[in-house]
Write a protein that binds this ligand. Structure first.
Ligand SMILES: [Zn+2]
Length: 116
């Protein structure tokens, strides 16, 4: 099997190569999809095509009824995203919860709530 090394790199500086991953969002199983995986930090990046497909499916399930626009604000050297109350309620996220933040595409950042 020939590994296809991609010309662009991960944010960590690691090399990306084509791989496959089981994609699941909002509890919906999308099955095995093509992705790019970093050989250094194991970050997985989905193609815009796969992200579009996920978006279509999620729209069908009306989860995007919760979608809100938010403006980025600033606090010191960090940027701050305010989470609208509807999404706070839906996700159960609370003040001071720990979250993991990672890019899942050039224009998408996922936030995963760690504490429960
Ligand atoms: Zn990386």
């Amino acid at each position: 099997m020939v590994e296809e090394i991609l010309s662009y790199k991960c944010n960590c500086g690691g090399i990306l190569k084509k791989s496959h991953t089981n994609v699941e969002f909002f509890g919906i199983d999308f099955g095995i999809k093509e992705c790019e995986v970093c050989t250094k930090c194991d970050s997985e990046y989905l193609s815009d095509e796969v992200l579009d497909e996920i978006e279509q499916e999620v729209k069908k399930k009306k989860l995007f009824g919760l979608e809100k626009q938010a403006q980025i604000t600033k606090s010191g050297n960090s940027l701050v995203v305010r989470i609208p109350p509807e999404i706070v309620k839906f996700s159960g996220i609370r003040y001071k919860d720990l979250v993991r933040i990672y890019p899942i595409g050039k224009k998408k950042i996922e936030l995963e709530i760690e504490s429960d």
